[in-house]
Design a protein. Sequence first.
Length: 568
Amino acid sequence: MSEIRIVPNKNKEFVLKRAAVAHIDPKRCVNCGTCRELCPTDAIQENQRTICRICPGCTDKPGMSLDAMDAFTTKQSCTTACPLGISPQGYVNLVNCGKEKEAYELNWKKNPLPSVCAFICNHPCEEVCKRGVLVDQPIMIRGVKRFLSEHVDYVPEKYPRNYEERIAIIGAGPAGLAAGHFLSREGYNVTIFEGEAEAGGMLIKGIPEFRLDREALKRDISKLEEAGLEIKVNQRIGKFYLNKIRKEYDAVILAAGEPNGKLLKIPGHMNDAILTAMQFMQKANNDQTFVSCPGDFFRIKGGEGIIIGGGSVAMDVARAAVRLGAKNVTVVAVEEYDNLPAHAWEVKEAQEEGVQVLGGYCPTEYVNGGGGTFDHVHFVKVKEMIKDENNKLQFVFNEEEYIDIRGDFAVVATGQEADKSWPESDDKTFFYAGDISGESNCVIDAMASGRKTAYKVDAKLRGRTLRDMDLSHEIYAAPLNEKIYPANRRRVVTFEQPVLKPEDRVNNFEAVDLCYTEKQAKQEVSRCLSCGYEIVDVSKCIGCGICQKECPKGDVITMIAAEVRKEI
């Protein structure tokens, strides 16, 4: 039996008898990160295999020098890209092993809305997938998540109750639900107050059904409630009631989002035919019709629409307008076409549905017609965009180059803002999470903000600093004998995310993204190069066996009798 010296702080140390050390089989490890996150002595690290890219002709991507190839090994990985700290390689390979339930559970522990993310996550993990960057196409990670969300009947364990403190969360959007999930997992008594009749926040009000199936959202929220998260709907919290809640609860998290759309206050903006994106989407999502518009001065069905903005929301609005019957819809952004904030696939799907997309023009005037009607928008060419000393965007125009676009209505999709009447957070008993904190611009970021706030609350209530290891871990280069040769892995062809054909989707609000079949999902996960694996530093391992017990795959870690040594 050997010994290990434990030094918990600078002045004390003690010697622990060690009977065994853990060994991780790199060939079996799926790199889910579970063992690394649970190890009490930080004895486990993630290694990334180098992908050979010397020969330029063996893949679709250009070759690399030896130095560049080696440097790229630890530059990026799917396991460090997720804002929630989930390991895509982990659940992709668990599916490949036939362990779909374990793959779903790996997701759910860190992502309380896995079904939602299977539809609308902007999948940063796919953008850095080494197969996609260095070989051919990335693993369709979001498609695999969709397969799991629809094929696994997962029953979550009840949240523990470890502490007496009560925590209130205002807002049941992505940030509020995430904060509630992580605090509940820590063992707190959490209540979420939601002003609307359903939980979901912007997922219901701002995202169209053709992008997010409402049944997927209901499944996720149902699992949270089944695990023990209390969500009270139809609870609008004003200033008076907020003060009451702050007295009754040990901590309060405000996750109210940014519900107010921004109108561009340029000449002519006081017209009922000019709406914010939020106004438009709330009508579309609630009624899917505009039969009773204020003033009744414009029409959607058979009309022409102008969408101002170039981000994801602008594309959602444009595509919703098409489904509501608009005959011509044009998106106009200040950014050049090649630099639109929206993802390329969002622009592509909008164009497939008949939406025109223009870049490099800024609206300077709404021109009204007779009798209070709306006629067109005047746009001028943007020569340059610069930020002033206050970091505010300023435009340089070419007034001689302009376009006038006729429309029956215009929608401004250039951002939203929070309700400014809320009190400031103090990070002691009153905290912000999500859009209102300025830390998020998409669903996955909002949940990451909720998680961060949850750990802030826990640290304050418990008087400790909680290190969130799984979001900040480093990756290391694996030995050369672990190198991957992509020429041997190219036989498996990817299945692109199945979608409805444009002609089948423009007349309804059915979800555009379809689900992999089991055969397609299995083939897609088999494309993973398994770039990473976990490894044990035996000088730090105390032989506790937690890693072996908690490994979701089950055949990866063995405990080996420790070598007898005088010193470690």
